[in-house]
Design a protein around this ligand. Structure first.
Ligand SMILES: *Cc1c(COP(=O)(O)O)cnc(C)c1O
Length: 368
């Protein structure tokens, strides 16, 4: 039941991105008054019992969905991925001579690495920029520092559509992962990570909330040298209410996690995400070169962001325009790479992917 007068399209935006319709409906239902509260979530104190329940529920659901062990804390912080790029070196590099390793497999990792210099020494363990990040490093390509403070990587590079099928071996150095665009896309072993962060606006909610999952022993690293907002420990001690948290985005993340649980959890998401992305990759692979995928190795292609191009910029542009007329929107690739990007996050229904697949076949036969 939707009361909106405008029709919904299939929205392939990379982020902020499509949300599950039941989540939007519940938000709409509860916008005038939350059951038992009588005000909307937008209007209540972040210190109130009612909001505390919403926050606790969202954290509990993240823990349940991702099977977070007791060794790790779940935090909500504002400031997006950009602030995490600063908080991570600030907390974990404890002296200016300290080194952090960055495995750069796309534009987001590059951006993350750019902030290390404010706190310590950056070691670029790998940078695939010279081949436009079209493949991942082999273990032997990594120039890791044995006593690095941590190794940072981006498990799914949203712009280049490249995703680690498994984690590299960092020899016991904690892995810090930007999972902004593939959090909850499938099961992971949280204990493999020192810290996971994800701005919520791709797969786990809306802009304004960032999920941080951090190993509790690492919270002690920063000591008391940091400005308070930058200190993970302060956020943990305050139960994610160090200051006014992003109440509405946290509420939405709770609803998205509930929806995920209702769907059968991340195991179900994984098989569905593989199936959805494969539908598109199959069309690319069988198009006789009409469509070319960006990532070379099939095993490294993202299940979240399908990146490809056509034979010319003009044809790319026509594809985007014609798709839009067919109700398939936001398919233009990132400005740094051009081409096409179809983001097929958890909330993108199979029917949306099938509609795009049919459009792609038709477009290829008309313009090939
Ligand atoms: C979208 C995205 C971000 C966004 O960071 P913000 O600072 O929240 O805009 C960061 N990392 C990755 C991998 C992303 O996909």
């Amino acid at each position: 039941m939707t009361t909106s007068t405008a029709a919904r399209v299939y929205n392939f935006s990379a982020g902020p991105a499509v949300l599950p319709e039941p989540v939007l409906e519940q938000i709409q239902d509860e916008m005038m008054a939350l059951p038992g509260v009588g005000s909307s979530v937008l209007e209540i104190s972040h210190r109130s019992k009612d909001f505390e329940e919403i926050l606790d529920d969202a954290v509990a659901r993240i823990k349940a969905v991702m099977n977070v062990p007791d060794s790790h804390e779940v935090l909500f912080i504002q400031g997006g991925g950009a602030l995490q790029n600063i908080m991570i070196p600030a907390n974990f590099i404890t002296e200016p001579s300290g080194v952090a390793d960055y495995i750069i497999t796309g534009a987001w990792g590059k951006k993350s690495a750019g902030e290390v210099k404010h706190y310590g020494k950056l070691n670029v363990a790998y940078d695939g920029g010279s081949t436009k990040y079209n493949h991942l490093p082999k273990q032997s390509d990594l120039k890791l520092t044995p006593d690095a403070a941590y190794v940072h990587l981006t498990t799914n590079e949203t712009i280049h559509g490249i995703q680690f099928p498994q984690l590299p071996d960092t020899g016991g150095v904690p892995i810090v992962a930007d999972k902004s665009s593939d959090i909850m896309c499938g099961p992971i072993n949280v204990s493999d990570f020192g810290l996971i962060y994800a701005c919520a606006q791709k797969n786990a909610g809306i802009a304004g909330a960032t999920i941080v999952i951090v190993r509790k022993d690492l919270l002690e690293r920063s000591g008391d040298r940091l400005a308070s907002y930058l200190d993970y420990k302060k956020h943990a001690q305050a139960g994610s209410r160090f200051n006014t948290p992003s109440t509405f985005p946290i509420y939405v993340t709770g609803l998205v996690c509930k929806w995920l649980q209702d769907q059968g959890g991340v195991e179900k998401m994984e098989s569905q995400n593989k199936m959805k992305s494969q539908i598109l990759y199959d069309i690319i692979d069988s198009s006789d070169g009409f469509y070319t995928g960006h990532v070379l190795d099939k095993a490294e292609r993202s299940v979240m962001n399908v990146v490809f191009k056509l034979g010319s910029d003009e044809l790319d542009a026509k594809f985007v325009t014609d798709a839009k007329s067919a109700g398939l929107t936001t398919l233009k690739g990132h400005r740094s790479l051009g081409g096409i990007r179809a983001s097929v996050y958890n909330a993108m229904p199979v029917a949306g992917v099938e509609a795009l697949a049919a459009f792609m076949k038709n477009f290829a036969s008309k313009n090939g």
